[in-house]
Design a protein around this ligand. Structure first.
Ligand SMILES: Nc1ncnc2c1ncn2[C@@H]1O[C@H](COP(=O)(O)OP(=O)(O)OP(=O)(O)O)[C@@H](O)[C@H]1O
Length: 286
């Protein structure tokens, strides 16, 4: 096995714990997202995704542990708030006046390509256009880390594709690092290369998506043969069982094996909140 390549983290949390009102929304979370990665943040409702993102950009203070960002971070909240009575051009001008780092030319060029009229009031734009404007304003601040809370929610498939293409262009063009949350794994499969899974306020998975997929197998076979097999999780329909397991296993002709896809990997972990795939001290999943 080749030695793990050390990548510079842009976002790093160590033992991060955040309380919302009296309850812990995030506990003992230690993760890193390397530079130039597009990290998918997934987990059920209430898992702590927004809490982690707010802590990452400094909008929530840790109650335990640390969070650090190398460089600057920009955040686009779930409801993509814009001053509705401002025109898009006025929003750009407002951004220019209120930010020390501002790429107005890039922002105008992007909106031009997307066909968003600068003279239109933000409140009169479609949901997809509002998402694009909010992301464009965040990108114009030329952050090192862009944090997006469900940027694809309520967008049609074409608009979702456009948003992801915008992000990929920025990542390829200037090595931006992105952390984005979503409930639709299929939207993330082609563009994200890093995975963070939260469940009930705890970190379950953090790592390179290709490594994670290559490090797991999906087994299908007779339920009675599944007993005693160590698995991340198992599902079944009576006599038939499907298991998500770590590593490579030769189990004989009664089992069919294949690599899981991203959705199967995520679902396999979410079904077993106690299971975890986190990098050990040498970057090896444990
Ligand atoms: N403003 C708040 N005040 C108090 N508790 C909150 C607040 N916002 C969230 N919480 C609680 O913190 C926990 C984590 O919520 P968070 O919004 O981070 O989850 P999430 O994974 O982003 O969920 P969703 O997918 O539903 O957006 C939940 O138990 C939630 O009830």
């Amino acid at each position: 096995m080749s030695a793990p390549i050390l990548e510079v983290p842009v976002l790093e949390t160590t033992g991060l714990g955040v309380r919302r009102r009296r309850a812990w929304a995030l506990r003992d979370c230690s993760l890193s997202v390397p530079a130039g990665r597009v990290a998918a943040l997934v987990g059920p409702n209430g898992a702590g995704k927004t809490t982690l993102m707010l802590a990452a950009v400094g909008l929530l203070a840790p109650d335990r542990g640390h969070v650090s960002v190398r460089g600057t971070a920009a955040f686009v909240a779930q409801d993509k708030p814009l001053y509705e009575s401002f025109t898009v051009g006025e929003l750009l001008e407002f951004g220019r006046r209120t930010n020390t780092r501002w790429d107005g030319e890039g922002a105008r060029a992007r909106l031009d390509v997307l066909g968003v009229p600068l003279g239109r009031r933000a409140g009169r734009l479609s949901g997809g256009q509002q998402a694009q404007v909010a992301i464009t304003l965040a990108l114009a601040r030329t952050p090192d880390l862009l944090v997006l809370d469900e940027p694809l929610a309520n967008l049609d498939p074409l608009a979702r594709h456009d948003v992801m293409r915008t992000l990929m262009g920025e990542v390829a063009g200037r090595g931006l690092t992105v952390l984005l949350s979503s409930h639709v794994i299929a939207d993330l499969e082609d563009t994200c290369d890093w995975l963070v899974v939260l469940n009930g306020g705890r970190l379950q998975v953090s790592g390179d998506i290709d490594d994670l997929l290559a490090g797991h197998l999906l087994l299908s076979g007779p339920a009675e043969a599944a007993e005693g097999l160590e698995a991340v999780s198992a599902t079944g329909t009576g006599r038939h069982a499907t298991l998500l397991v770590r590593g490579d296993r030769a189990l004989g002709p009664r089992w069919s094996t294949r690599r899981p896809n991203l959705d199967e990997l995520v679902m396999g972990y979410l079904r077993s909140p106690q299971a975890a795939a986190l990098p050990g001290p040498a970057g090896v999943a444990r």
